[in-house]
Design a binder for this molecule. Structure first.
Ligand code: IMP
Ligand code: MG
Length: 182
């Protein structure tokens, strides 16, 4: 697979580095919630699927998994201002601790919107775990409670992150170096 990658992809995080970040985050999550208190992990589709799969395997407490999908990017790399729910959660979150799982926070619009919505749905608490945080791009308030790394303002692919729906399956995170299209 690697031999077929475009030359302008520069590795930012290796599989080992990602594994360490995920393990670190899971430990902190386990420490923060009361022992044995159940967690509802809600992955934000599609990008969070790989991170969610790795994160929940490291969390040592009873948990359930669900997904939500909201529109943000189309096939380009620019975010649109409005957020729409394309697929809602299916479990009952009333009185439950909810952990929103994202692979990256950019403008913050998607998570800000989803968090408000789930909090309004009667969750006991709603926290955010995002592997990456492109903090300098923030347009609305959104602070991940758990974060693996703060990343610079570059377009990234791999480990769930796509470019026109491709490259989500890469096990590493790459920076797209020639960013004319960004
Ligand atoms: P936000 O609403 O602007 O925070 O958008 C967040 C979503 O945009 C993320 O969950 C990703 O799916 C996508 N996104 C943000 N930055 C990148 C990137 O560098 N590469 C690919 N997708 C990205
Ligand atoms: Mg995402």
């Amino acid at each position: 697979m690697k031999s077929q990658l475009p030359q302008n992809f520069k590795i930012l995080y290796t599989r080992e580095q990602i594994r360490d970040m995920v393990a670190f985050m899971a430990k902190k999550i386990d420490r923060d919630y009361p022992a044995n208190e159940e967690l509802v992990c809600v992955g934000v589709l599609k990008g969070a699927w790989m991170f969610l799969a790795d994160l929940v395997r490291e969390i040592e407490r009873p948990l359930t998994i669900d997904f939500i999908r909201a529109s943000s990017y189309g096939h380009g790399t620019k975010t649109s201002g409005t957020v729409r729910i394309l697929k809602d959660i299916e479990v009952d979150i009333r009185g439950k601790h909810v952990l929103l799982v994202e692979e990256i926070v950019d403008s913050g619009r998607t998570l800000n919107f989803i968090k408000e919505r789930l909090a309004g749905g009667g969750a006991l608490s709603v926290k955010i775990a995002s592997l990456l945080d492109k903090r300098e791009r923030r347009e609305v308030e959104c602070m991940p409670d758990y974060c693996g790394a703060i990343v610079p303002n570059h377009f990234l692919v791999g480990y769930g992150l796509d470019w026109g729906e491709r490259y989500r399956n890469l096990g590493e995170v790459y920076q797209v170096v020639d960013e004319k299209l960004y």
